[in-house]
Design a protein around this ligand. Sequence first.
Ligand SMILES: *[C@@H]1O[C@H](CO)[C@@H](O)[C@H](O)[C@H]1NC(C)=O
Ligand SMILES: *[C@@H]1O[C@H](CO)[C@@H](O)[C@H](O)[C@H]1NC(C)=O
Ligand SMILES: *[C@@H]1O[C@H](CO)[C@@H](O)[C@H](O)[C@H]1NC(C)=O
Ligand SMILES: *[C@@H]1O[C@H](CO)[C@@H](O)[C@H](O)[C@H]1NC(C)=O
Ligand SMILES: *[C@@H]1O[C@H](CO)[C@@H](O)[C@H](O)[C@H]1NC(C)=O
Ligand SMILES: *[C@@H]1O[C@H](CO)[C@@H](O)[C@H](O)[C@H]1NC(C)=O
Ligand SMILES: *[C@@H]1O[C@H](CO)[C@@H](O)[C@H](O)[C@H]1NC(C)=O
Ligand SMILES: *[C@@H]1O[C@H](CO)[C@@H](O)[C@H](O)[C@H]1NC(C)=O
Ligand SMILES: *[C@@H]1O[C@H](CO)[C@@H](O)[C@H](O)[C@H]1NC(C)=O
Ligand SMILES: *[C@@H]1O[C@H](CO)[C@@H](O)[C@H](O)[C@H]1NC(C)=O
Ligand SMILES: *[C@@H]1O[C@H](CO)[C@@H](O)[C@H](O)[C@H]1NC(C)=O
Ligand SMILES: CC(=O)N[C@H]1CO[C@H](CO)[C@@H](O)[C@@H]1O
Length: 840
Amino acid sequence: MLKAIVLSSWLVILYATSIDLLVPDHQRQVVQFRSPGDLMIGGLFSMQSAALNVTNRTKPQTPPCERFYPMGYRAHLAMRFAIDEINNSTKLLPNVKLGYEIYDICLESLVAMRSTMMFLSKYQSDVIEVQCNYTDYSTRVTAIIGPGSSELAIVISRLFSFFLIPQISYSASSELLSDKKKFPSFFRTIPSDKKQAEAMALLVKEFQWNWVAAIGTDDEYGRRGMEKFVELASEKGVCITYEDLIPIHETTDGFSEKIEQIVNNLVETEVNVTVIFADDRYVDAFMNVVIQQQVTDKVWIGSEAWITDANVARIQNISSVGTVIGVGMKSGEMPGFEAYVSKILSDPAIKESISFSLYSNNTSGFCMSGDEDEVCRSQCKECETLTAENFTTIIDSPSMRVAFNVYSAVYAVAHALHKILKCDNGDCNREIKFYPWQLLQQLAKVNFTINSRQVYFTSSGDPPTGYDIMNWQWDTGAMPKFQVVGEFKTLDSSLHVDKTKIHWHTKDQQIPVSRCSKQCEPGQIKNVKGYHTCCYECDDCPAGFFQNVTGDPNKCTQCKKHQWSLPRSQACQEREEQFLEWTDAVIIPMVILSIIGLLLIIAIVILFAKNHNTPVVKAAGGNICFLMLFFLFCSCCSFYCFVGRPNWVFCTIRQPVFSIGFTGCLSVLLSKSFQVAALYSCQSTCLQNYGRYFFFLASILIQVVLCFVWQYWTPPQVIANYNVTEKIIVIECEEGSLAGFGLMLSFNGALAVICFMCTFMGRSSAKTYNMARSLTFSMLVYFIAWIFFIPTYATSEGKFVPCLQFLSGLISMYGIIGAYFIPKCYILLFKVQCNTLAFF
Ligand SMILES: *[C@@H]1O[C@H](CO)[C@@H](O)[C@H](O)[C@H]1NC(C)=O
Ligand SMILES: *[C@@H]1O[C@H](CO)[C@@H](O)[C@H](O)[C@H]1NC(C)=O
Ligand SMILES: *[C@@H]1O[C@H](CO)[C@@H](O)[C@H](O)[C@H]1NC(C)=O
Ligand SMILES: *[C@@H]1O[C@H](CO)[C@@H](O)[C@H](O)[C@H]1NC(C)=O
Ligand SMILES: *[C@@H]1O[C@H](CO)[C@@H](O)[C@H](O)[C@H]1NC(C)=O
Ligand SMILES: *[C@@H]1O[C@H](CO)[C@@H](O)[C@H](O)[C@H]1NC(C)=O
Ligand SMILES: *[C@@H]1O[C@H](CO)[C@@H](O)[C@H](O)[C@H]1NC(C)=O
Ligand SMILES: *[C@@H]1O[C@H](CO)[C@@H](O)[C@H](O)[C@H]1NC(C)=O
Ligand SMILES: *[C@@H]1O[C@H](CO)[C@@H](O)[C@H](O)[C@H]1NC(C)=O
Ligand SMILES: *[C@@H]1O[C@H](CO)[C@@H](O)[C@H](O)[C@H]1NC(C)=O
Ligand SMILES: *[C@@H]1O[C@H](CO)[C@@H](O)[C@H](O)[C@H]1NC(C)=O
Ligand SMILES: CC(=O)N[C@H]1CO[C@H](CO)[C@@H](O)[C@@H]1O
């Protein structure tokens, strides 16, 4: 492994040296600044950019640096400012003068490579001594600040990593650089793009956009950032409708055509929110096309590279594109920086030197005083037209964000040096000799506060800082204000957005919508159609199901057995337990009637007992009448077992008592009707008194056996019936086998039918006319009651079912009392004169 690294490093070095041969001499030296010192810090900044417009790459050559790049210029000033401050300070590095050597790397890796070689050499050249053992190899610089771009940082870090020279980047944010195995000497003061993508995904989620496009530049920064965003956003349920890359190395025509094609595709997909993970230069080109094509009222989510970029913000008519919101680097305070910059730029000598430098001959480039015999040349074509005024825009540029990253990076190096040189007691030990890898160890441990910002590096070399959420607000003028509307914290990955602060640049100032399908109402679940999970239909959860918001909201969960729900519910309600209660309105009159019935029976018993030996009572059956009334009484008492919360005892006894009571009653009536019939047809010997008792006992025995068999095989039990309606649970007695129940009722029915028929046979006899009439009526009432009962019972459900049997029993009882006993009582009480044997 080590061998491979060494080998590859040497290959790179060979390659780098070979560039010398390829780069024409006048292009070799790039703009630089230099200040001598005891310890040197290297700086790699891009103050110009290579031409985007390279049409003919037929020969290997570095593209010319031709556009002035203010951001890089601003950043380098921050480094110089920090070093100045540190030199002035009597605490941090007393008696040690830091120097710097700053190269313009022109946003080009070939140019950067050469500057790197300069740093790695021991002396002022780009030659690296060949050694077997680099442990005690010292380079010209102790640490390197930069470069800003991830693409360049990745190329260069390999070299620095081999020598273990600490390198702190201020804006290379690629996630790849967090890999400490590949880049052991790399640190940065900007969070990794992974965090940025996370912040963007949370931002998209915050406004419930799920139909989003993603555009990135076709470089390390754009590709990786976009990839990460797409991955994280998809995890959060956001659908990426469209993704594409803006090319960076294409011919002129292809380049603008591709951008136009991307914009057209965005319009076609009707997406309202687009994430742009790109370098400012490309966003500039992209936004110009967006404005040209009159794409308006969209939301553009910017990455930190361009969200605070003045060039993009100054594009004409940029406000028409809609809302720009994005993730910006956290800024920090740098008191005195503005004064420092204006002092440098307003110094007439410097101004002159800048004006001079802008010629592409050898006057001085951007070189400042302090250079010895170094020759600086500039190939900056645009620089020919630069004036001192152009530099003042650097001061009023709203963004000091990158500048602060540079500033804190320099301070981190100073704090590490402070530890190494043992400067704690007011003086540094300048004699201590140290190697870059020793500084690296100290740098990993720094932890300090600078202007209220905590600076340290996590184990992956990343800072703990988060992001500001920025919003472009065109309150006045063409240049928007970059308003901070929220914050993303890296340590716990949390996003806080103050929605009231955001200006939505739309017609109605409302939060724009970007969804494939509109959000489902509570209680609805998504029914995904097609490929994208964001395009769906909303289906209601049916009754009896609910949407578990905390669990799986895309599924309808069935309610528990004892619960119910309406369609479209998010929760279930408890079902109400029901049974026939004493307080139910329907039962009260029935209970009153039954009590009256009971009282009537008692009254009749007393009346009959008093008139025990009278013909009326004898005709009614004599002693057996009391037995009959007793059974009727029992039966009537069993009615109360049908009311109230069912329990096992009542369930078990109510049907036998009920039916045996009626059996007793009916068997007496039947023997009576036999008597009536017998008077007409057979002789009275048929049924003597004993015979009546025997018949009575036999009937009861049959009914008892029926009940016993029925209840033995299928014992009744108290059950909760969930099937009545979904909102209630009926607590009821399950009667067991319906056949048994039917048989029991049929037996009583059969007794009644026979009784009824017998009375018909005897009806024509005048003597028994009254008796027959009584029997017929009571049986008729009995039939009506039970004919009404059977179909109703069979088809009814719910708590009122027991009521039916109560009612039928009540009617039957009143039928018997009314038709059979009341006429006799009437005679006993009011027609005493009729109570003679002659009358019967
Ligand atoms: C690109 O370069 C060609 C020729 O060098 C020039 O004609 C063209 O205008 C340039 N395009 C841009 C966008 O600068
Ligand atoms: C590319 O270079 C060749 C040879 O130098 C030249 O003939 C051709 O016109 C160039 N193409 C463009 C687009 O400039
Ligand atoms: C450093 O000290 C010098 C002289 O005392 C002063 O002119 C300069 O402004 C100071 N620089 C900073 C950055 O404080
Ligand atoms: C490299 O040099 C250092 C110090 O000079 C020494 O401790 C180390 O053993 C050397 N490594 C090899 C592989 O020779
Ligand atoms: C900017 O918008 C104005 C008014 O809509 C229009 O007249 C002008 O041409 C636009 N400028 C550009 C560069 O598109
Ligand atoms: C540099 O070039 C400018 C114009 O291109 C010229 O006026 C000036 O004399 C040149 N300076 C030197 C030192 O050659
Ligand atoms: C520099 O300023 C002049 C006007 O002062 C302007 O025309 C020119 O475009 C500016 N150049 C840059 C690169 O901003
Ligand atoms: C840095 O120091 C502060 C106190 O000054 C401490 O609270 C914090 O935990 C330290 N952080 C690390 C990573 O050591
Ligand atoms: C985009 O916004 C327009 C206008 O506000 C709206 O009609 C359209 O439905 C939105 N598109 C999406 C995908 O939400
Ligand atoms: C919803 O789902 C969660 C997680 O599965 C579970 O803990 C919770 O009990 C469910 N809620 C209901 C009302 O069932
Ligand atoms: C309720 O219905 C289910 C299924 O239809 C059945 O298995 C169950 O026996 C019924 N319960 C009652 C008490 O009727
Ligand atoms: C006190 C001191 O030495 N200040 C120097 C710090 O370094 C800058 C150059 O970076 C000098 O200009 C200061 O004079």
